[in-house]
Design a protein around this ligand. Structure first.
Ligand code: PCD
Length: 791
């Protein structure tokens, strides 16, 4: 335990963690005993099992579907096809980006793994067997696999279901000022241009996606257990799509075995399970397997980017430009606020004091899985940060400058905050140079460069990679941020029971990051009720207030603020009741953690527990004060929060094989006020491992016919303890000025910031300007030997 944090009063106030600091996680006793309750643990009387038949082709016309043999299977209860769904008006569903997606294919299949039919049977094995009995005749069509070919004149039109479509174009979006950018590029001494791909990857949570749908035929009430990051949004969507009245829908997200963005959207399997339950009158469970998850249930990134950076000869960065081609797969199911088809790519201007910037993003359809999710990335921030941090290293390389020193020269200065960047976003707070210096101190940067020179002389490639990132999390103000028209404000309810124990109800949903602990800590900090006396309720739409869910590290910035605000409302009400109890004016009361007391007479006071009891008792309450002790709120954040960090990665590359060993990794993060430092460190550890995985080994790849080459954990490589070093963490604390407790998000910072640090380190080691991720041994070896590596 960090001594400073275990004795919080010794730390300066802004560095003190909130409400008991490193509290052990309240949820862990059940997890370490194997008593978690996941969707696949849900067992209902008479429950049936569903399985999906998927397309073997990336692009093919469906000529005929014969389900008779499957229907004849003794254990099969229903076979559902696109035709069945067409009859119910459910063959297509809206996506999170206001496109349409086939639930079960009717006309064509548009990616390998697409859902074509759904079998409901008495057990999972029978359902799988019967899927094999369905006979489909396909007429294969040429497929668009390389996004760079999607707009070719002779490219097959993927979305011919849409009237009048003659190409695969989805959107054009831009930000910044093209003229201003052109002007600085014209007068710059140095311009560096680099193409790069942020390849297609997958969140790959350990628990795959799945649900149990139970339609009560008498009550007409649908209960849907889902492994889901946004239960309220799902309830509203199901109501709109299936026409079931919203009060008759209950979504329950039980324990979740990792989300990482994969569990934000609604997948065809969920709709099919609901239809299966309606058709059979029984509950239906659908759990996908690993291959289905990797091949068809969403993806992330897939951005072809060209970056340009302009600078003076002495290293002052003047401007940045980016031109991006975004591969969105067969249906545009990308998860992001409606106004922003390229998410928060605005942040590609990075952490630097530049004069001008411009970017252009074009989205296209390809014959690949749909649904770009913000995999541990608040809406395309990972791509933007990778672009700018690689470009700064390319510039350092061109100028022969040290990359840390070049960053230091160009970082925004503390007095520039709040800072409006060149795409119009206002960074709330920051002290960037202090954070970078801290990372360099922990790393022993100068000694590392010394060591590198020594090793190089011995023919041993060692690399040091730096990245400095600005994240943007906490969507967001209702005015600007919505998904399908639903605004991103979060509700919160707090109720203090007569005995002084409390229950706080959140609209967000934890998927492993420990909300049952940290939200209790926020309320504990504000009310002085110990965290163990505060129950956190979440993930059940019948029990919690509306809100759009957990992604984009928004829970702390939005719902965390709501929890603080609702606790303050309860505290204000408690003051009025304490006044009545003590027979003094509430204006004469002062607050200390857990109690109101008479100003000037600290011994005359009432604890929050005493006040709670009185609020439920017979005490005569002042005019206008209702009984009981509770409050509700809806929090609409005034701005996003902008956490940031400085990362330094040290690698050794085997010159014979191209194998990269990450030897050290230093991460200094600033997420404003820290609630639970232990949980924050866990979040950073996970994100760093994720980032090393993406930089070195993760890839959803395809052959030229669109066969997915990464449908198992034998092919889609996740990092293990063997591939990652002991993380060396540090932190700085720059509170967010607009958040009630000054907290910013942290959940995705490390995944955003670490890939460029690793890639920069490898390029530094092998003396090559750029090679695309994943930096597998063969790719590194080829890059070292002057060729372009194979994946
Ligand atoms: N915190 C503290 N302090 C501060 C901040 C924060 O303490 N300042 C903490 C909290 O409370 C929590 C955590 O930490 O518990 C986190 O937070 P945030 O940042 O707010 O976030 P959230 O919202 O909660 O969450 C979300 C995230 C995301 S988004 C992701 S991807 C991932 C992360 O989260 N995922 C996950 N992490 C995690 N973890 C785990 N375990 N699992 C998972 O799944 Mo997306 O958009 O969805 O892609």
């Amino acid at each position: 335990v960090d001594v400073e944090e275990s004795a919080p009063t010794a730390a300066p106030p802004e560095e003190r963690p909130i409400g008991y600091g490193r509290l052990k996680r309240k949820e862990d006793p059940r997890f370490v005993r194997g008593k978690g309750n996941y969707v696949d643990d849900v067992l209902l009387p008479g429950m049936l099992h569903g399985a999906v038949l998927r397309s073997p082709f990336a692009h093919a016309r469906i000529v005929s579907i014969d389900t008779s043999a499957a229907e004849a299977h003794p254990k099969v209860k229903a076979v559902i096809t696109g035709k069945t769904l067409e009859g119910l008006g459910l063959a297509w569903m809206p996506t999170l980006s206001m496109d349409t997606q086939a639930v079960l294919a009717t006309d064509k299949v548009r990616f390998q793994g697409q859902e074509v039919a759904f079998v409901v049977a008495e057990d999972h094995y029978a359902a799988r067997d019967a899927v094999e009995l369905i006979d489909i005749e396909y007429e294969p069509l040429p497929a668009v696999i390389d996004a760079r070919r999607a707009m070719d004149a002779d490219a097959p039109v993927i979305r011919d279901d849409k009237e009048g479509r003659t190409d695969n174009h989805i959107f054009d979006w831009e930000a910044g000022d093209p003229e201003a950018a052109n002007a600085v590029f014209e007068r710059a001494d140095v311009v560096v241009r680099q193409e790069m791909l942020y390849p297609r990857v997958h969140p790959a949570p350990l628990e795959t996606c799945g649900c149990v749908a139970s339609m009560d035929p008498v009550e007409g009430k649908l209960t849907l257990w889902e492994t889901c990051q946004a239960p309220h949004a799902h309830r509203t969507l199901v109501a709109m799509v299936a026409g079931i009245p919203e009060q008759k829908i209950r979504i329950v997200a039980p324990d979740i075995g990792g989300g990482f963005g994969n569990k934000v959207g609604i997948y065809p399997g969920y709709v099919c399970a609901v239809v299966g339950s309606i058709v059979t009158g029984k509950p239906v469970k659908w759990m996908e397997d690993r291959s289905e998850n990797l091949m068809s249930t969403s993806f992330a990134r897939d951005y072809h980017m060209t970056g340009e950076i302009a600078a003076t000869r002495d290293g002052k960065i003047l401007g940045i430009r980016a031109d991006v081609l975004a591969d969105h797969g067969a249906f545009n199911g990308t998860a992001q606020p409606t106004k922003y088809p390229a998410g928060f790519f605005h942040i590609f201007t990075g952490s630097y004091d530049i004069e001008a910037a411009h970017c252009k993003v074009t989205g296209v359809y390809t014959n690949k899985a749909p649904g770009g999710v913000a995999y541990a990335c608040s809406f395309r921030v990972t791509e933007a940060v990778y672009l700018v941090e690689r470009m700064v290293d390319c510039l350092a390389n061109e100028l022969g400058r040290d990359p840390a020193e070049l960053r230091m020269q160009n970082l925004l200065r503390p007095e520039q905050f709040p800072y409006e960047n060149k795409t119009g976003w206002t960074y709330d707070s920051g002290d960037y140079p202090t954070t970078l210096r801290k990372a360099m101190d922990i790393a022993g940067y100068e000694q590392l460069r010394e060591e590198q020179r020594r090793r190089r002389a011995e023919g041993k490639p060692m690399g040091i990679g730096v990245s400095f990132f600005t994240e943007v999390v906490g969507a967001g103000a209702r005015k600007h941020f919505d998904i399908l028209g639903l605004g991103m404000a979060d509700g919160c309810e707090l109720r203090v029971h007569p005995t002084g124990k409390a229950v706080v109800r959140l609209s967000v949903q934890t998927q492993g990051q420990g909300h049952e602990t940290t939200f209790a800590q926020i309320v504990a900090e504000e009310l002085g009720i110990p965290p163990e006396d505060i129950q956190v309720v979440h993930g059940d739409t019948d029990q919690t207030p509306f809100g759009l869910g957990t992604y984009g590290s928004r829970s702390t910035p939005v719902s965390g603020a709501a929890a603080a605000v609702v606790a303050r409302k309860v505290r204000d009400k408690a003051r009025l009741i304490a006044g009545a109890m003590l027979e003094v004016s509430p204006d004469d009361l002062d607050w200390e953690k857990g109690r109101w007391f008479v100003r000037g007479d600290p011994s005359a006071g009432k604890s929050i527990q005493e006040i709670a009891l009185a609020a439920h008792g017979t005490l005569e309450l002042p005019e206008g004060v209702e009984g009981h002790l509770e409050a509700t709120t809806v929090y609409n954040p005034p701005n996003l929060t902008f956490p940031y960090g400085a990362y330094i990665c040290v690698v050794d590359v085997d010159p014979g094989t191209g194998v990269v060993k990450v030897r050290r990794f230093i991460a200094v993060d600033d997420c404003g006020t820290r609630i639970n430092p232990m949980i924050i460190e866990g979040q950073v550890h996970g994100g760093l491992a994720d980032g090393v995985g993406m930089a070195l080994m993760q890839l959803i790849g395809f052959d030229e016919d669109g066969n997915c080459l990464s449908g198992s954990f034998m092919d889609y490589l996740l990092p293990t303890a063997l591939e990652v070093p002991d993380w060396e963490l540090g932190y700085t604390v720059t509170p967010s000025p607009h958040h009630p407790i000054g907290a910013k998000g942290i959940g995705e910072s490390a995944t955003v910031g670490s890939p460029p640090a690793v890639v920069n380190a490898v390029m530094d080691a092998i003396g090559v300007r750029h090679a695309d991720m994943p930096l597998t041994p063969s790719r590194v070896w080829h890059a070292m030997h002057g060729g372009v590596g194979a994946p």
